[in-house]
Write a protein that binds this ligand. Structure first.
Ligand SMILES: CC(=O)CC(=O)C(=O)O
Ligand SMILES: [Mg+2]
Length: 220
């Protein structure tokens, strides 16, 4: 197993950000989406990363910027078509991630049958926490993740509610896209996504593990 030490700065490596969508039934329901029969996934460029201390910038074309709090799984060892049984051997640790979404743009893309890159992959669309080595998380399917906006709770989810488990997701994705050390898989958001305003303060956390803060700024 590769040492988890260099992964403490996984967000600087220009690695893949792979996002699973509709992995919580209640969230799929709130957006009136159907439930997937296999993991639905899309990519963000690594320029989407932003760290605490820097703001989330609302894209100029977006009038409905949504937060989606998600558990990130950080890959520690190359995974190519791995079975579920050994999938967790490829995990180095975890991070809290936000899948920032230009919801109005995504709705337009869906209507026109276009890819979601402008809606999901813009600069600062992937705020991330510090890296948490897997030894510090006894069971990643028993974590409470939450997000507040200006002190008000908007999202409270439990990773036990994920439709597809982490080993299943790794096995499925790695059969299509080879996963490399430093790649991150965002595992989908629980219910409670909502629109943000300029200057809103976001605080999000994994209960008992860590929390992080970000401010939303306009693009000018
Ligand atoms: C409908 C979405 O935007 C999918 C997604 O990113 C999620 O469920 O998380
Ligand atoms: Mg998402």
């Amino acid at each position: 197993m590769t040492s988890s030490k260099p992964l403490a700065r996984f967000w600087e490596w220009g690695k893949n950000i792979i996002c699973v969508g509709r992995n919580y039934a209640e969230h799929a329901k709130e957006l009136k989406n159907t439930l997937p029969t296999e993991p639905l996934f899309f990519l963000k460029p690594s320029s989407a990363y932003v760290r605490e201390g820097s703001p989330i910038i609302q894209p100029y074309y977006c009038n409905k910027l949504h937060h989606e709090v998600e558990l990130g799984v950080v890959i520690g060892k190359r995974a190519q078509a791995v079975p579920q049984k050994t999938a967790m051997d490829h995990v180095a640790g975890y991070a809290l991630c936000l899948d920032m979404t230009a919801r109005d743009t995504q709705e337009e893309c869906k209507k026109k049958g276009l890819p979601w890159t402008m809606a999901k992959g813009f600069n600062t669309s992937c705020p991330v926490s510090d890296f948490v080595p897997k030894e510090k998380v006894p069971d990643p399917h028993q974590l409470k993740i939450w997000l507040k906006v200006n002190g008000e709770m908007r999202q409270e989810g439990d990773t036990s509610d994920m439709i597809f488990s982490i080993p299943y997701i790794i096995s499925y994705i790695s059969g299509i896209v080879t996963l490399e050390e430093g790649d991150v898989i965002l595992t989908g958001t629980p219910k409670g996504v909502s629109a943000l305003q300029e200057n809103d303060e976001i605080e999000a956390g994994i209960q008992g593990v860590l929390s992080m803060r970000f401010q939303v700024l306009p693009n000018y």
